[in-house]
Design a protein around this ligand. Sequence first.
Ligand code: G
Ligand code: G
Ligand code: MN
Ligand code: NA
Length: 250
Amino acid sequence: RTVESDLRTALTTGDQIKLLYQPIYGADCETVLGAEALIRWDHPVHGALSPSHFVGIAEERGMIGLLGGWVLREACSFAAASDLPWLAVNVSPLQLRDENFASDLFAIMETAGVEPRRIQLEITEGVLLENTPATTAVLKELRGRGVRIALDDFGTGYSSVNYLRRYSIDKLKIDRSFVRQLGSSDESTAIVKALVDLAAALGIQVTAEGVETVQQRDALVAMGCQELQGFLLSPPLSRSQIGTGTAEPE
Ligand code: G
Ligand code: G
Ligand code: MN
Ligand code: NA
């Protein structure tokens, strides 16, 4: 047995994998604005496996369409049953290379009964770096129907301010590596402040990731950061913990 065949089994049966949902809060740190879906795989032999590991394997072995499709169906079915205003879903750059990605997603949303405006896709800077006509067309088609695009891990890759203008991004998510050093490093504090101001100047929303301490939270709120996500506010939660809007037996 290989990880690859195990992953295929897990995605087919669906009982070893699940999505968790991490709430994202407004600057009052009380209002839940939405949530991010995060995949988890409980392997029967190896236990909990890190998504960065098995998502990478899926990408290498041509299985990202299978994995990504499962994630989108599961996320949309949750969103349809939930009271959350919106749900953010991580997508791999490889998924966006598929020219059918947008129409497949629209079909999934329609089947689930979820409005495109309630789905945000988190993409990484690599997607924009590729700058292929196919990817650009897919992003345009998605936004045309109201799906919003967030740039994940912002600041860690080959960030270019130009991408933010060129590709009509709706939101940038400041990577937790910057948030972690807030308060302890003047440089990081200056970088985060500059990113928050940059987003405001471009009319883009901004989320701070990895908020773990009260000091970080207070600094971000003082800077005018609109959305906060991190263990201080809430860890990723199971479907029943976060609530689906429907009663679920314990
Ligand atoms: O949840 P955790 O912090 O362990 O996630 C690790 C990495 O895996 C993060 O970069 C996150 O974006 C990514 N990830 C989590 N869930 C998904 C998913 O459903 N699809 C993709 N492509 N990446 C995911
Ligand atoms: O790359 P991406 O931003 O999608 O990664 C999301 C990952 O960050 C998830 O795996 C989630 O478990 C993790 N995460 C969420 N909140 C925190 C936090 O406050 N601190 C740390 N270290 N990781 C977090
Ligand atoms: Mn993310
Ligand atoms: Na990130």
